[in-house]
Ligand binder design. Structure first.
Ligand code: IVH
Length: 676
């Protein structure tokens, strides 16, 4: 084989493996094999420098830094998108399309749907299959030449794969930084004392605008294609979604969430689906994009000013907004933790109105230097509690004061203590403190603890405020007549509540231990303790050394447990609870090889209607299984209730056994577990 042929073969092999790895996410060979081929090619090229071509995988990072970027005029303008913010805007968009197409019989327009990636738009020009230029969008008419930088991005092919591509082809898409790469980059920046990037989009933009391509090469960037510009010397498919699939065959990464739907209903269902998926995606999206799928229709519709009439971005509600801090107050939690909270002028962010944001602890207050009166940026992503991202110090009014840590509890006036190695300050009032009492009761009654139906937070607050109960044991003595005196509590509701409290007495030891609210004893630890000791007296008598033997329990947790059972008032409450009739079935300690599911990993997804998530999980754990939150090749079985989505799909794709809830109940019955 000639040297030329050898080089050609190596380049083809490397490009193929690159495509499998970065675009299909399905590598064919281990990394070491790729490295070996790469080194081989490098060696031959070094010996034959005249045979090096720009599409060689060894040439992704090359050349020396630029002095500046040159301007590129786009042969076809790079358009932007109109926005829709709700179902009404979407209906309006769809109606305009039907009107303009003058096709009233066309009740259902077909749309291609894609996530709206939050990154930077790029144009990539290929001539005879070779990448000749990469450019930013700029103002849509003129952008900047970033060829050397885009060449370093592994998901961008230097040479198109396969065949049938046009002689000149401009591929457009979004360059973005995945969330994981973004946090790793910021962690490194912080370690080096550098300023972190505000968000993945800024990080992607900053990484692309580097004069030295070696800097770009070290940044975790990806690209997904979403449209084409110039097409000469060849024809593409006549449906948008099919064009994107063609691009995939030629080597581009295509977003796996690409879909095709009919009419507004289809669009809205896609929007809902992506809203639900958003937080679990490995990259940030700020909405979804709908495009009329039929290219002939696109052409007929044309565009107005800078946006096509045939496409729209249905945006998610903004996740960051500006508001002002009315006051900074301190809240007292179940374990006495005194947490600073910013009371805000209400602001609509992440789809809800936010009027409070946690500030976590005094270290955070100091780090942010947040004060009453400050303008702040609030972020609310997914179900995460709203956060203060930063203070806009330029907008700080005069005469603001720094916040100082309280020395006494704002609720009960007891002293507040902060241990040396703890970030949190605590009220020392214990159950004397009404705030701690309320939180302890809320925890006791909560779903994963004693699961008392109908005993919600508001009701507990009223019961404590009116001095009707002081500890969980007193719940069992509540009378219908006492409850009916409370606001909005009729005789029927009061009776139901008394019954529910009665029913909850029959419980399970892990629930009871969790309900006690011992510091650092969450659900899993409570379960481990119950399984290890099997009965309450043994656990109460255990020494710290004995406690540490339990999986999940370390030195600090052992101290908290021992400390809890050493306090007289806790023992009194436990005694009173048992006297009131709280009870559970004895746990027989199973030997580990008796557990049918030991070493197995199960995943629960969708709505479990017969028993609920937490019972299902407890049953699986009792059988020795691990319960994981996501499906992978290591998953042994997936239980999928109604509404299951991506996890179930992944399980089916990976050929992992699945069962519905009825089959699961049957399985539990076989194991001797009776579902209530
Ligand atoms: S299509 C003519 N599709 O959103 C259509 N844009 O607000 C032009 N974007 O500049 C764009 N994901 O940077 C399209 N799937 C997607 C997109 C997308 C993100 C960005 C793009 C564009 C901006 C418009």
């Amino acid at each position: 084989m000639s040297t030329e042929q050898q080089i050609l073969q190596l380049k083809e092999q490397l490009n193929h493996h690159n495509y499998r790895y970065y675009v299909l996410d399905d590598p064919e060979v281990p990394d070491a094999e790729y490295d070996r081929l790469f080194q081989q090619l490098k060696k031959i090229e070094l010996e034959n420098p005249s045979l090096i071509t720009s599409d060689s995988p060894t040439q992704r990072v090359g050349g020396s830094p630029l002095d500046g970027f040159t301007q590129v005029s786009h042969e076809m303008p790079m358009l932007s998108l109109d926005n829709a913010f709700d179902a009404e805007d979407m209906a309006e968009f769809n109606r305009r399309i039907i009107d303009r197409l003058k096709r009233p019989e066309l009740s259902e327009v077909q749309y291609a749907c894609e996530p709206k990636l939050d990154g930077i738009a790029v144009s990539l020009l290929y001539e005879h299959g070779v990448l000749v230029r990469g450019a930013t969008r700029g103002d849509g008419a003129t952008g900047e030449d970033i060829t050397l930088n885009v060449r370093t991005i592994p998901t961008i092919p230097l040479r198109l794969a396969g065949e049938g591509y046009p002689e000149r082809l401009e591929v457009r898409g979004e360059i973005y930084m995945p969330k994981s790469g973004f946090s790793a980059l910021n962690k490194r920046a912080e370690q080096r004392g550098e300023k972190p990037f505000v968000n993945p989009r800024n990080a992607a933009a900053g990484s692309l605008r580097q004069l030295d391509p070696r800097v770009t090469a070290a940044r975790p960037l990806e690209m997904c294609s979403y449209s084409v510009g110039v097409v000469e010397g060849g024809r593409l498919a006549d449906k948008h979604a099919d064009i994107l699939r063609q691009l995939k065959a030629w080597g581009f990464k295509l977003n796996p969430l690409l879909d095709e739907v009919s009419g507004v209903e289809g669009c809205l269902a896609y929007y809902e689906r992506l809203t639900a998926l958003r937080d679990s995606l490995p990259y940030e999206i700020d909405g979804v994009v709908f495009k009329v799928n039929d290219l002939a229709f696109q052409q007929a519709l044309g565009f107005v000013s800078r946006a096509p009439r045939w496409a729209i971005a249905h945006k998610f509600p903004a996740q960051e907004e500006l508001t002002t801090v009315k006051a900074i107050e301190f809240q007292v939690g179940r374990t006495g933790a005194v947490t600073p909270v910013a009371r805000l002028n209400p602001v609509f962010v992440g789809g809800v109105t936010v009027s409070n944001a946690t500030l976590h602890n005094m270290d955070e207050v100091e780090r942010l230097d947040v004060r009453a009166g400050d303008a702040v940026i609030i972020r609310r992503a997914g179900d995460v509690i709203p956060q203060v991202v930063r203070v806009v110090t330029e907008k700080r009014p005069e005469n603001t004061c720094k916040v100082s840590a309280p020395t006494t509890c704002p609720i009960c006036d007891s002293a507040v203590e902060r241990l040396e190695d703890e970030a949190v300050a605590r009220c020392t009032g214990g159950l004397y403190c009404a705030a701690q009492r309320k939180e302890a009761l809320k925890h006791y009654a909560s779903r994963k603890a004693m699961d008392i139906d109908g005993l919600g937070d508001k009701l507990i607050e009223m019961l404590v405020d009116q001095d009707l109960i002081h500890n969980p044991a007193e719940l069992y003595a509540l009378k219908v007549e006492q409850l009916t005196k409370l606001e909005r509590m009729g005789p029927k509701s009061a009776e139901n509540l008394v019954n529910a409290i009665g029913v909850s007495k029959k419980t399970q030891l892990p629930r009871f231990l969790y309900a006690l609210g011992i510091r650092e004893v969450g659900e899993a630890t409570a379960r481990a303790l119950a399984l290890h000791f099997c009965d309450l007296e043994k656990l109460m008598a255990a020494s710290e050394e004995e406690l540490i033997e339990v999986s999940d329990v370390g030195g600090i947790v052992a101290k908290h447990i021992k400390g809890f059972f050493a306090q007289a008032h806790n023992l009194e409450v436990i005694e009173a609870l048992l006297a009131a009739g709280v009870s559970w079935d004895r746990i027989e300690q199973p030997s580990s090889d008796e557990l049918v599911l030991s070493g197995k990993t199960w995943v629960l997804t969708g709505k479990l209607e017969l028993m609920g998530r937490s019972d299902a999980k407890n049953h699986l754990l009792a059988l020795g299984a691990k319960v994981a939150g996501s499906v992978s090749a290591k998953t042994d079985c997936v239980v999928a209730g109604p509404g299951a989505g991506s996890k179930l799909k992944k399980a089916v794709d990976l050929d992992i056994p699945t069962m519905d809830e009825e089959q699961f109940v049957a399985f539990l019955n076989q194991q001797g577990i009776v579902v209530k």
